[in-house]
Design a protein around this ligand. Structure first.
Ligand code: PMP
Length: 289
């Protein structure tokens, strides 16, 4: 396996970063998770744009252009003969001295890993997932914007651990006010009376690229989408619930905090979106080969 690190492709065993890298010492950096399907990288430019936006928000200057990064992603997949898989793009503040000061880091470290991924079993997609609400609230925009896809994922990881302790594979995260924000690694949608609802990004969520794609697909199917603050009551009483994310794709949710959603099986809208998303990912994106 070849890994891109600071402008070069090296073997997996040689792909190492310094213990003085502030990405490791302080979680000072940003990342993206991108999928390749059928020899194409899905929404590559959108992911790279979000990476640049995240970097801008933390005053990190990525030492490559967006086009160079896109090309490096394509080359990384090609070198690894990856037709279907996952790209992890990471930019850290770089190697510096001990101490928070980012000025001690001379240049950011850029890493691209191309590998296989499977987050959940096929059964989860067929039968649906059980989730619980975590007591860990999603980090407030007043503290640090959840729209930044940064290397600080402890907020999400602590929530995920709570879910695992309760035997659930994902967790619903609320914002400080108690409204639904998102899940630990996915955005959330519900369906009620033929209307699809999802929390607005300002409720404290990452601006998911899959979320945006699904909203477009719903519009194309002439379905009404409303971005509005949601409570747990709205989720419990929904006819359908599903999650969206690059890694997870579209996951039907059939139980939330012990409440059965709809009839306890993946709903019609959810299944139609899973189907539409599968078709779109198989046929669009930047060609690798
Ligand atoms: N929310 C969080 C916290 C995430 O980490 C992710 C990405 N895994 C998402 C939502 C979904 O975003 P995307 O569809 O762009 O992968």
């Amino acid at each position: 396996m070849k890994i891109f690190i600071d402008g070069e492709f090296v073997d997996k065993e040689q792909a190492k970063i310094s213990v003085f890298d502030h990405g490791l010492l302080y979680g000072d950096g940003v990342f993206e998770g991108i999928r390749a399907y059928n020899g194409r990288i899905f929404k590559l430019e959108e992911h790279v744009q979000r990476l640049f936006d995240s970097a801008k928000a933390i005053l990190l200057n990525i030492p490559m252009t967006a086009e160079q990064l896109c090309d490096a992603c394509v080359r990384c997949c090609a070198l690894n003969n990856l037709h279907d898989g996952y790209l992890r793009l990471v930019v850290t503040r770089g190697v510096g001295s001990l101490g928070l000061n980012p000025e001690s880091c001379a240049k950011p470290t850029v890493i691209i890993i191309a590998d296989k991924i499977q987050l959940y079993s096929p059964e989860v997609y067929e039968k649906g997932m059980r989730i619980v609400t975590s007591s860990t609230r999603r980090v407030s925009p007043a503290v640090f914007s959840p729209a930044i896809k940064s290397l600080n994922y402890l907020n999400n990881i602590l929530a995920k651990i709570e879910g695992q302790l309760a035997g659930a594979q994902e967790v619903l995260m609320l914002n400080e006010q108690g409204y639904v924000a998102e899940c630990s690694g996915d955005n959330v949608f519900i369906v009620k009376n033929n209307v699809i609802f999802t929390p607005p990004i300002y409720a404290g969520a990452l601006g998911g690229i899959t979320r945006r794609v699904v909203i477009e697909l719903l519009h194309q199917a002439n379905m009404k989408v409303v971005e509005i603050q949601l409570t747990r009551y709205d989720v419990y009483t929904a006819e359908e619930c599903f999650l969206t994310g690059t890694g997870a794709e579209i996951v039907p949710v059939v139980e939330v905090d012990g409440r059965t959603i709809g009839n306890g099986t993946p709903g019609v809208v959810t299944k139609s979106m899973m189907d539409a998303y599968r078709k779109l990912t198989a046929s669009t994106g930047r060609r690798i080969f």
